[in-house]
Ligand binder design. Structure first.
Ligand code: FCB
Length: 441
Protein backbone atom coordinates (compact mmCIF):
# COMPACT_ATOMS: atom_id res chain seq x y z
CA UNK A 1 0.00 0.00 0.00
CA UNK A 2 1.23 3.50 -0.86
CA UNK A 3 0.05 6.10 1.62
CA UNK A 4 -0.53 9.65 0.41
CA UNK A 5 -0.69 12.99 2.19
CA UNK A 6 -4.50 12.79 2.04
CA UNK A 7 -4.41 9.69 4.27
CA UNK A 8 -3.11 11.85 7.12
CA UNK A 9 -4.61 14.71 9.11
CA UNK A 10 -4.53 18.12 7.41
CA UNK A 11 -1.80 19.52 9.72
CA UNK A 12 0.40 16.39 9.63
CA UNK A 13 4.07 17.23 8.95
CA UNK A 14 6.33 15.22 6.66
CA UNK A 15 10.02 15.79 7.14
CA UNK A 16 13.52 14.40 7.06
CA UNK A 17 16.06 14.17 9.88
CA UNK A 18 19.81 14.53 10.21
CA UNK A 19 22.31 15.17 13.02
CA UNK A 20 25.17 17.64 13.16
CA UNK A 21 28.16 15.31 13.63
CA UNK A 22 26.88 12.92 10.97
CA UNK A 23 26.69 15.50 8.17
CA UNK A 24 28.33 18.87 8.91
CA UNK A 25 32.07 18.21 8.96
CA UNK A 26 33.38 18.87 12.46
CA UNK A 27 36.72 20.11 11.09
CA UNK A 28 35.09 23.29 9.79
CA UNK A 29 34.02 26.49 11.48
CA UNK A 30 35.85 26.34 14.78
CA UNK A 31 34.05 23.40 16.39
CA UNK A 32 35.80 21.89 19.39
CA UNK A 33 36.71 18.21 19.64
CA UNK A 34 34.05 15.83 20.92
CA UNK A 35 34.16 12.30 22.29
CA UNK A 36 33.31 10.85 18.87
CA UNK A 37 36.60 12.20 17.48
CA UNK A 38 38.70 10.38 20.06
CA UNK A 39 36.48 7.25 20.03
CA UNK A 40 36.92 7.02 16.25
CA UNK A 41 40.68 7.57 16.54
CA UNK A 42 41.01 4.53 18.80
CA UNK A 43 41.56 1.20 16.97
CA UNK A 44 38.63 -1.19 16.85
CA UNK A 45 35.79 1.23 17.57
CA UNK A 46 34.66 2.43 14.14
CA UNK A 47 34.73 0.78 10.72
CA UNK A 48 37.94 1.96 9.00
CA UNK A 49 38.40 4.37 11.95
CA UNK A 50 36.29 6.92 10.04
CA UNK A 51 35.15 10.08 11.81
CA UNK A 52 32.90 13.07 11.18
CA UNK A 53 35.60 15.60 10.35
CA UNK A 54 34.33 16.04 6.76
CA UNK A 55 31.17 13.91 6.72
CA UNK A 56 28.82 15.31 4.01
CA UNK A 57 30.42 18.75 4.18
CA UNK A 58 26.96 20.08 4.94
CA UNK A 59 28.70 22.97 6.70
CA UNK A 60 29.44 24.38 3.25
CA UNK A 61 26.68 22.72 1.23
CA UNK A 62 23.69 23.37 3.48
CA UNK A 63 21.87 25.57 0.98
CA UNK A 64 21.73 22.83 -1.64
CA UNK A 65 20.68 20.31 1.00
CA UNK A 66 17.82 22.53 2.17
CA UNK A 67 16.80 22.96 -1.48
CA UNK A 68 16.55 19.18 -1.79
CA UNK A 69 14.00 19.12 1.05
CA UNK A 70 12.04 22.03 -0.36
CA UNK A 71 11.99 20.40 -3.80
CA UNK A 72 10.66 17.17 -2.29
CA UNK A 73 7.77 19.13 -0.77
CA UNK A 74 8.77 18.42 2.82
CA UNK A 75 7.15 20.49 5.56
CA UNK A 76 9.79 20.25 8.28
CA UNK A 77 13.43 19.48 8.91
CA UNK A 78 14.78 17.83 12.04
CA UNK A 79 18.39 18.94 12.56
CA UNK A 80 20.71 19.19 15.55
CA UNK A 81 22.93 21.92 16.90
CA UNK A 82 26.33 20.65 17.99
CA UNK A 83 27.35 21.47 21.56
CA UNK A 84 31.05 21.26 20.60
CA UNK A 85 30.50 23.65 17.68
CA UNK A 86 28.69 26.22 19.80
CA UNK A 87 30.93 25.86 22.87
CA UNK A 88 34.22 24.23 21.87
CA UNK A 89 35.21 23.54 25.48
CA UNK A 90 31.65 22.65 26.46
CA UNK A 91 31.52 25.56 28.91
CA UNK A 92 32.56 29.18 28.88
CA UNK A 93 33.73 30.59 25.56
CA UNK A 94 31.21 30.62 22.73
CA UNK A 95 32.26 30.08 19.08
CA UNK A 96 30.67 33.03 17.27
CA UNK A 97 31.16 31.34 13.91
CA UNK A 98 29.15 28.36 15.11
CA UNK A 99 26.25 30.51 16.28
CA UNK A 100 26.29 32.44 13.00
CA UNK A 101 26.16 29.18 11.10
CA UNK A 102 23.04 27.92 12.91
CA UNK A 103 21.48 31.34 12.54
CA UNK A 104 21.87 31.20 8.75
CA UNK A 105 20.74 27.58 8.66
CA UNK A 106 17.48 28.33 10.48
CA UNK A 107 16.82 31.36 8.27
CA UNK A 108 17.50 29.12 5.27
CA UNK A 109 14.83 26.66 6.46
CA UNK A 110 12.28 29.40 6.98
CA UNK A 111 13.03 30.90 3.57
CA UNK A 112 12.18 27.50 2.06
CA UNK A 113 9.03 26.92 4.10
CA UNK A 114 10.62 24.19 6.25
CA UNK A 115 9.68 24.15 9.93
CA UNK A 116 12.87 23.88 12.02
CA UNK A 117 12.74 20.99 14.53
CA UNK A 118 15.89 21.37 16.60
CA UNK A 119 17.64 18.72 18.70
CA UNK A 120 20.06 20.07 21.29
CA UNK A 121 22.13 16.95 21.88
CA UNK A 122 22.74 14.42 19.15
CA UNK A 123 25.89 13.04 20.71
CA UNK A 124 28.70 15.62 20.45
CA UNK A 125 29.86 15.60 24.08
CA UNK A 126 32.69 18.17 24.05
CA UNK A 127 35.99 16.44 24.88
CA UNK A 128 36.76 18.88 27.71
CA UNK A 129 33.59 17.69 29.47
CA UNK A 130 34.20 14.06 28.56
CA UNK A 131 37.50 14.48 30.44
CA UNK A 132 35.44 15.29 33.52
CA UNK A 133 33.34 12.16 33.14
CA UNK A 134 30.73 13.40 30.67
CA UNK A 135 27.38 11.76 31.35
CA UNK A 136 28.67 10.04 34.49
CA UNK A 137 29.23 13.42 36.16
CA UNK A 138 26.16 14.96 37.76
CA UNK A 139 27.37 18.43 36.75
CA UNK A 140 26.48 17.56 33.16
CA UNK A 141 22.94 18.72 33.96
CA UNK A 142 23.86 22.37 34.43
CA UNK A 143 26.57 22.31 31.77
CA UNK A 144 23.90 21.14 29.33
CA UNK A 145 21.31 23.67 30.50
CA UNK A 146 23.88 26.45 30.00
CA UNK A 147 24.54 25.29 26.44
CA UNK A 148 20.79 25.04 25.81
CA UNK A 149 20.40 28.63 26.95
CA UNK A 150 23.22 29.95 24.74
CA UNK A 151 21.97 28.38 21.51
CA UNK A 152 18.34 29.20 22.30
CA UNK A 153 19.13 32.88 22.85
CA UNK A 154 20.38 32.91 19.27
CA UNK A 155 17.85 30.80 17.32
CA UNK A 156 15.01 30.08 19.74
CA UNK A 157 12.83 32.82 18.28
CA UNK A 158 12.62 30.94 14.96
CA UNK A 159 12.53 27.22 15.72
CA UNK A 160 9.20 25.37 15.69
CA UNK A 161 10.17 22.79 18.29
CA UNK A 162 13.12 21.90 20.51
CA UNK A 163 14.09 18.41 21.66
CA UNK A 164 16.58 18.23 24.49
CA UNK A 165 18.29 14.89 23.91
CA UNK A 166 18.31 12.37 21.10
CA UNK A 167 17.92 8.76 22.24
CA UNK A 168 18.90 8.66 25.91
CA UNK A 169 19.15 4.86 25.66
CA UNK A 170 22.00 5.24 23.16
CA UNK A 171 23.59 8.06 25.16
CA UNK A 172 23.56 6.00 28.35
CA UNK A 173 23.21 2.25 27.73
CA UNK A 174 24.70 1.72 24.28
CA UNK A 175 27.63 3.98 25.17
CA UNK A 176 28.34 3.09 28.83
CA UNK A 177 27.12 -0.49 29.24
CA UNK A 178 27.42 -2.08 25.79
CA UNK A 179 30.35 0.15 24.81
CA UNK A 180 29.39 0.38 21.13
CA UNK A 181 29.25 4.19 21.00
CA UNK A 182 31.44 6.93 22.43
CA UNK A 183 32.77 6.99 25.10
CA UNK A 184 32.86 3.19 24.73
CA UNK A 185 32.50 2.23 28.36
CA UNK A 186 31.35 -1.18 29.55
CA UNK A 187 30.64 -0.54 33.18
CA UNK A 188 27.36 -0.97 35.01
CA UNK A 189 28.07 1.81 37.49
CA UNK A 190 28.89 4.31 34.74
CA UNK A 191 25.80 3.12 32.86
CA UNK A 192 23.46 3.57 35.85
CA UNK A 193 24.78 7.09 36.40
CA UNK A 194 24.44 7.99 32.72
CA UNK A 195 20.89 6.52 32.64
CA UNK A 196 19.91 8.98 35.38
CA UNK A 197 22.04 12.00 34.49
CA UNK A 198 20.83 12.04 30.90
CA UNK A 199 17.30 12.59 32.19
CA UNK A 200 18.51 15.05 34.81
CA UNK A 201 20.13 17.09 32.03
CA UNK A 202 16.90 16.89 30.04
CA UNK A 203 14.97 18.20 33.05
CA UNK A 204 17.46 20.98 33.76
CA UNK A 205 17.32 22.14 30.13
CA UNK A 206 13.52 22.06 30.02
CA UNK A 207 13.36 24.08 33.21
CA UNK A 208 15.85 26.64 31.89
CA UNK A 209 14.26 27.03 28.45
CA UNK A 210 10.73 27.16 29.79
CA UNK A 211 11.89 29.84 32.20
CA UNK A 212 13.06 31.82 29.17
CA UNK A 213 9.63 31.45 27.58
CA UNK A 214 10.74 29.01 24.90
CA UNK A 215 7.69 27.07 23.59
CA UNK A 216 7.27 23.51 22.34
CA UNK A 217 9.86 21.55 24.32
CA UNK A 218 10.21 17.80 23.97
CA UNK A 219 12.58 14.85 24.01
CA UNK A 220 13.37 12.17 21.43
CA UNK A 221 13.30 8.61 22.77
CA UNK A 222 14.07 5.46 20.81
CA UNK A 223 12.07 2.26 21.07
CA UNK A 224 12.84 -1.29 20.02
CA UNK A 225 10.14 -3.95 19.99
CA UNK A 226 11.14 -6.80 22.34
CA UNK A 227 10.05 -10.32 21.43
CA UNK A 228 10.83 -13.35 23.63
CA UNK A 229 12.73 -16.16 21.91
CA UNK A 230 10.26 -18.68 23.37
CA UNK A 231 7.39 -18.69 25.81
CA UNK A 232 9.56 -20.12 28.59
CA UNK A 233 9.29 -18.12 31.81
CA UNK A 234 13.03 -17.32 31.67
CA UNK A 235 12.88 -15.87 28.13
CA UNK A 236 9.75 -13.92 28.99
CA UNK A 237 11.39 -12.41 32.09
CA UNK A 238 14.58 -11.52 30.18
CA UNK A 239 12.46 -9.83 27.53
CA UNK A 240 10.55 -7.86 30.16
CA UNK A 241 13.88 -6.69 31.60
CA UNK A 242 15.10 -5.57 28.17
CA UNK A 243 11.81 -3.78 27.58
CA UNK A 244 12.18 -2.03 30.95
CA UNK A 245 15.73 -0.85 30.21
CA UNK A 246 15.13 0.17 26.62
CA UNK A 247 11.49 1.16 26.30
CA UNK A 248 10.22 2.04 29.78
CA UNK A 249 13.08 3.64 31.76
CA UNK A 250 13.02 7.08 30.15
CA UNK A 251 9.30 7.53 29.53
CA UNK A 252 8.45 6.28 33.03
CA UNK A 253 11.12 8.48 34.59
CA UNK A 254 9.49 11.46 32.90
CA UNK A 255 5.80 10.60 33.19
CA UNK A 256 5.66 8.52 36.38
CA UNK A 257 8.49 9.92 38.47
CA UNK A 258 10.19 6.58 38.95
CA UNK A 259 12.03 3.85 37.08
CA UNK A 260 10.71 0.35 36.30
CA UNK A 261 11.37 -2.27 38.97
CA UNK A 262 12.65 -4.76 36.38
CA UNK A 263 15.49 -2.35 35.51
CA UNK A 264 16.21 -1.21 39.06
CA UNK A 265 16.59 -4.90 39.95
CA UNK A 266 20.07 -4.67 38.42
CA UNK A 267 20.82 -0.96 38.47
CA UNK A 268 19.73 0.15 41.96
CA UNK A 269 23.07 -0.55 43.68
CA UNK A 270 24.87 1.57 41.08
CA UNK A 271 22.55 4.56 41.01
CA UNK A 272 23.64 8.01 42.20
CA UNK A 273 22.80 8.66 45.84
CA UNK A 274 19.33 10.13 46.43
CA UNK A 275 18.36 9.86 42.78
CA UNK A 276 14.71 9.90 43.84
CA UNK A 277 15.02 13.56 44.82
CA UNK A 278 15.71 14.46 41.17
CA UNK A 279 12.50 12.98 39.80
CA UNK A 280 10.36 16.15 40.02
CA UNK A 281 12.87 18.04 37.84
CA UNK A 282 12.98 15.12 35.40
CA UNK A 283 9.21 14.86 35.33
CA UNK A 284 8.31 18.30 34.08
CA UNK A 285 5.54 18.51 31.57
CA UNK A 286 6.53 17.90 27.97
CA UNK A 287 4.94 19.69 25.03
CA UNK A 288 5.58 16.82 22.65
CA UNK A 289 7.28 13.43 22.44
CA UNK A 290 9.62 12.27 19.67
CA UNK A 291 9.64 8.56 18.84
CA UNK A 292 12.49 6.93 16.93
CA UNK A 293 11.74 3.43 15.72
CA UNK A 294 13.65 1.05 13.47
CA UNK A 295 13.29 -2.59 14.38
CA UNK A 296 12.70 -5.34 16.90
CA UNK A 297 15.01 -7.74 18.68
CA UNK A 298 14.44 -11.25 19.98
CA UNK A 299 15.68 -11.90 23.51
CA UNK A 300 16.69 -15.12 25.22
CA UNK A 301 17.75 -15.86 28.79
CA UNK A 302 21.53 -16.20 29.08
CA UNK A 303 22.18 -17.84 32.45
CA UNK A 304 25.96 -17.74 32.01
CA UNK A 305 26.07 -13.90 31.90
CA UNK A 306 25.55 -11.31 34.66
CA UNK A 307 22.36 -9.27 34.92
CA UNK A 308 20.38 -8.58 32.72
CA UNK A 309 21.09 -12.21 31.74
CA UNK A 310 20.11 -11.74 28.11
CA UNK A 311 21.33 -12.31 24.59
CA UNK A 312 19.88 -11.45 21.19
CA UNK A 313 18.77 -14.24 18.90
CA UNK A 314 18.65 -13.75 15.10
CA UNK A 315 15.10 -13.38 13.81
CA UNK A 316 13.41 -14.74 10.67
CA UNK A 317 12.18 -11.49 9.05
CA UNK A 318 13.81 -9.70 6.08
CA UNK A 319 16.68 -7.49 7.28
CA UNK A 320 18.17 -4.13 6.35
CA UNK A 321 21.87 -3.45 5.65
CA UNK A 322 22.25 -3.02 9.43
CA UNK A 323 21.00 -6.58 9.94
CA UNK A 324 17.88 -5.16 11.60
CA UNK A 325 14.60 -7.01 11.03
CA UNK A 326 11.90 -5.05 9.21
CA UNK A 327 8.90 -4.97 11.53
CA UNK A 328 6.49 -2.05 10.93
CA UNK A 329 3.98 -3.53 13.39
CA UNK A 330 6.40 -2.50 16.15
CA UNK A 331 5.94 1.17 15.23
CA UNK A 332 2.15 0.80 15.37
CA UNK A 333 2.59 -0.93 18.74
CA UNK A 334 4.72 1.81 20.30
CA UNK A 335 2.62 4.71 19.01
CA UNK A 336 -0.57 3.21 20.43
CA UNK A 337 1.12 1.93 23.62
CA UNK A 338 2.74 5.30 24.36
CA UNK A 339 -0.45 7.24 23.95
CA UNK A 340 -2.52 4.69 25.87
CA UNK A 341 -0.11 4.03 28.77
CA UNK A 342 1.94 7.21 29.11
CA UNK A 343 1.20 10.41 27.23
CA UNK A 344 -2.49 10.43 26.34
CA UNK A 345 -3.22 13.24 23.88
CA UNK A 346 0.27 14.75 23.94
CA UNK A 347 1.47 15.34 20.36
CA UNK A 348 3.80 12.57 19.20
CA UNK A 349 6.17 12.88 16.25
CA UNK A 350 7.93 9.97 14.62
CA UNK A 351 11.28 11.74 14.70
CA UNK A 352 13.26 8.92 13.03
CA UNK A 353 12.43 5.91 10.94
CA UNK A 354 14.33 4.58 7.96
CA UNK A 355 16.57 1.85 6.65
CA UNK A 356 20.14 1.32 5.58
CA UNK A 357 20.59 -0.33 2.21
CA UNK A 358 23.64 -1.20 0.11
CA UNK A 359 22.61 1.34 -2.53
CA UNK A 360 24.49 1.61 -5.80
CA UNK A 361 24.39 4.20 -8.52
CA UNK A 362 23.50 2.53 -11.82
CA UNK A 363 23.31 4.66 -14.96
CA UNK A 364 22.89 7.78 -12.90
CA UNK A 365 20.14 6.58 -10.60
CA UNK A 366 19.66 4.65 -7.38
CA UNK A 367 16.73 2.25 -7.50
CA UNK A 368 16.18 1.69 -3.80
CA UNK A 369 12.65 0.29 -4.08
CA UNK A 370 13.22 -1.74 -0.94
CA UNK A 371 13.50 1.59 0.93
CA UNK A 372 10.23 2.80 -0.60
CA UNK A 373 8.55 -0.34 0.71
CA UNK A 374 10.07 0.14 4.15
CA UNK A 375 9.03 3.78 4.29
CA UNK A 376 5.49 3.19 3.05
CA UNK A 377 4.95 0.26 5.42
CA UNK A 378 5.98 2.44 8.38
CA UNK A 379 3.89 5.37 7.16
CA UNK A 380 0.97 2.99 6.97
CA UNK A 381 1.65 1.78 10.52
CA UNK A 382 1.61 5.44 11.58
CA UNK A 383 -1.67 6.04 9.76
CA UNK A 384 -3.24 3.04 11.51
CA UNK A 385 -1.99 4.22 14.91
CA UNK A 386 -3.64 7.60 14.30
CA UNK A 387 -6.88 5.88 13.31
CA UNK A 388 -6.68 3.98 16.59
CA UNK A 389 -6.31 7.13 18.65
CA UNK A 390 -2.61 8.02 18.82
CA UNK A 391 -2.09 11.77 18.43
CA UNK A 392 0.75 11.53 15.90
CA UNK A 393 1.48 14.90 14.30
CA UNK A 394 4.35 14.20 11.96
CA UNK A 395 6.88 11.77 10.50
CA UNK A 396 10.57 12.42 9.80
CA UNK A 397 12.45 9.99 7.59
CA UNK A 398 15.98 9.09 8.74
CA UNK A 399 17.89 10.33 6.93
CA UNK A 400 17.93 13.05 4.31
CA UNK A 401 21.47 12.09 3.25
CA UNK A 402 23.73 9.07 3.41
CA UNK A 403 26.00 10.08 6.27
CA UNK A 404 28.37 9.12 9.07
CA UNK A 405 26.62 6.16 10.66
CA UNK A 406 28.62 6.26 13.91
CA UNK A 407 30.50 3.02 14.62
CA UNK A 408 29.69 1.85 11.08
CA UNK A 409 31.46 4.79 9.47
CA UNK A 410 30.24 5.68 5.98
CA UNK A 411 29.36 2.12 5.05
CA UNK A 412 25.66 2.07 5.95
CA UNK A 413 23.49 4.19 3.69
CA UNK A 414 20.25 5.51 5.20
CA UNK A 415 19.66 8.48 2.88
CA UNK A 416 16.82 9.49 0.60
CA UNK A 417 19.71 11.18 -1.19
CA UNK A 418 22.85 9.30 -2.18
CA UNK A 419 26.17 10.89 -1.26
CA UNK A 420 29.37 9.99 -3.10
CA UNK A 421 31.92 10.29 -0.31
CA UNK A 422 34.75 10.89 -2.79
CA UNK A 423 33.17 13.85 -4.58
CA UNK A 424 30.46 14.68 -2.00
CA UNK A 425 28.00 14.87 -4.87
CA UNK A 426 24.31 14.42 -3.97
CA UNK A 427 21.95 12.25 -6.01
CA UNK A 428 18.28 11.84 -5.00
CA UNK A 429 17.34 8.16 -4.93
CA UNK A 430 14.11 6.57 -6.21
CA UNK A 431 12.81 6.68 -2.62
CA UNK A 432 13.23 10.47 -2.54
CA UNK A 433 11.10 10.80 -5.66
CA UNK A 434 8.54 8.30 -4.35
CA UNK A 435 8.16 10.23 -1.09
CA UNK A 436 7.86 13.50 -2.98
CA UNK A 437 5.05 12.03 -5.11
CA UNK A 438 3.27 10.61 -2.07
CA UNK A 439 3.19 13.90 -0.20
CA UNK A 440 2.57 16.22 -3.15
CA UNK A 441 -0.36 18.55 -2.52
C1 FCB B 1 19.61 6.42 15.52
C2 FCB B 1 20.39 7.72 15.61
C3 FCB B 1 20.74 8.30 14.28
C4 FCB B 1 21.11 7.24 13.27
C5 FCB B 1 20.05 6.17 13.21
C6 FCB B 1 20.30 5.10 12.19
O1 FCB B 1 19.89 5.65 16.64
O2 FCB B 1 19.66 8.68 16.31
O3 FCB B 1 21.76 9.23 14.50
O4 FCB B 1 22.35 6.75 13.55
O5 FCB B 1 19.91 5.59 14.47
Amino acid sequence: MKPARTDFPEDFLFGAATAAYQIEGSAYGGAGPCHWDSFAATPGNVVRAEDGSVACDHYHRWEGDLDLMKDAGLDAYRFSTSWARVMPEGRGAVNAEGLDYYDRLVDGMLARGLKPFQTLYHWEMPSALADLGGWTNRDVAHWFADFAEVITRRIGDRVAAVATINEPWCVAWLSHFLGHHAPGKRDIRAAARAMHHVLLAHGAAVERLRGMGQPNLGIVLNFDHCTPASDSAADVLTTATQDAIFNRWFIEGITRGTYPAEALAGLAPHMPKDWQADMPLIGQKLDWLGVNYYSRHIHAFAPDTPWPHGRDVPGPLPKTQMGWEIYPEGLYGFLTRLSRDYVGDLPIYVTENGMANADEVLNGSVNDHVREDYLFAHLDATRRAIADGANVKGFFYWSLLDNYEWAFGYEKRFGLVHVDFETLQRLPKASYHALARAIAR
